[in-house]
Design a protein around this ligand. Sequence first.
Ligand code: HEM
Length: 125
Amino acid sequence: MTFYEAVGGEETFTRLVRRFYEGVAEDPLLRPMYPEEDLGPAEERLRLFFIQYWGGPRTYNEQRGHPRLRMRHFPFRIGAVERDLWLKHMRVAVDSLELHEALERQLWEYMVMAAHSMVNVPEEV
Ligand code: HEM
């Protein structure tokens, strides 16, 4: 069984990103970073990316090509502050899923690793 199936498939990732973007929508620092007025398309891209990453359908690649996420984030200034805000909203979203502990830990460890890898400005001193 894939991780995607173990956590409940598409529905779980739909809930995850919906909750995450509810947080982003209210965030005075992160919200203005999103180029489009409508967060819906960004939500859909993140949803499809996670579904693919965790072993579900590969629709993300069909629509967007290879993820190359670090490259796609270069237009945005992501320092420790932005990273930690992203993780704050993701923590709320992950908690809302009420997954079994081992699955939740795996999901969260990935989020922490991925968010740290997206930082593209030097450490603030
Ligand atoms: C796109 C911000 C971390 C996955 C974006 C966009 C912004 C953004 C502003 C453009 C929105 C759009 O698609 O229209 C940030 C910030 C982060 C962060 C501030 C802080 C660390 C991450 C992480 C992941 C991720 C950790 C994955 C684990 C994505 C994906 C897209 C995206 C899949 C759409 C890429 C595409 O197909 O164009 N992000 N992001 N982001 N982000 Fe992030």
